[in-house]
Design a binder for this molecule. Sequence first.
Ligand SMILES: C[S@@+](CC[C@H](N)C(=O)[O-])C[C@H]1O[C@@H](n2cnc3c(N)ncnc32)[C@H](O)[C@@H]1O
Ligand SMILES: Nc1nc2[nH]cc(C(=O)O)c2c(=O)[nH]1
Ligand code: SF4
Ligand SMILES: [Mg+2]
Length: 238
Amino acid sequence: MSKVPVMEIFGPTIQGEGMVIGQKTMFVRTAGCDYSCSWCDSAFTWDGSGKDLIKQMEAEEIWEELVKHGGDGFSFVTISGGNPALLKNLSYLIQLLKSKNIKIGLETQGSKWQDWFLEIDELTLSPKPPSSGMTTDFNMLDTIIGKLQATNTSLKVVVFDDEDYLYAKNVHLRYPEVPFFLQVGNSDNQTADNQQLLAQLIEKYEWLIDKTMADHELTDVKVLPQLHTYIWGNKRGV
Ligand SMILES: C[S@@+](CC[C@H](N)C(=O)[O-])C[C@H]1O[C@@H](n2cnc3c(N)ncnc32)[C@H](O)[C@@H]1O
Ligand SMILES: Nc1nc2[nH]cc(C(=O)O)c2c(=O)[nH]1
Ligand code: SF4
Ligand SMILES: [Mg+2]
């Protein structure tokens, strides 16, 4: 069986995060995660609340759904989750997308390796800081980053507080050659009050910028908002 559990397929929209922020892209969100971050904005992929949305899909079916939403108006697909790196069978979708000349982005936390990582055009590794409640397996991250030498990879750490910032900095110092992004954490990922959320997120972004600019040990860094939340708040499927 070459199916994968899919939670949602949406787009076109902009990639709101990281190394290709602003990129017009479709999204495929897979179900299931080996982590349970305290502030996960996609907890429905793993906490049971979205279990009725999960569809076991073949690569061809995913492609049909992508075309249904995006027509011929897309050339980039971002795979996220959950942790898509749990799914060996994503290799079929990746091969199919490549055969259609579609560029592929992928988001994962860096807890598992898959050989198909080597086929991804823009791979984001997002190890989790202390506020998540998760513990990073740095041996695994070393292995993954070691194997990805020739691949277009970046590190993106979400920051909520001073302790997270210190963690992020240590990640960067451990892998100084990997493009490094800091991302504003959204600590209110349930609210529907977009104006209030936006005010809070802007304030957090300013805090993170100020902190980074004052830090003489952190020079080659990009500080980014989670752009889609500044536009659409906590809305799903955008
Ligand atoms: C939902 S995760 C799915 C992919 C993978 N499990 C991971 O964490 O990298 C996608 C991205 O959203 C980020 N993210 C999740 N919750 C967030 C929040 N409350 N605020 C900011 N970023 C968040 C994660 O750190 C990750 O970079
Ligand atoms: N627009 C948009 N950009 C994103 N970048 C990463 C996302 C994710 O949930 O992985 C995401 C998302 O859900 N929406
Ligand atoms: S690793 Fe990603 S999907 Fe999994 S719980 Fe953390 S943020 Fe959510
Ligand atoms: Mg998201």
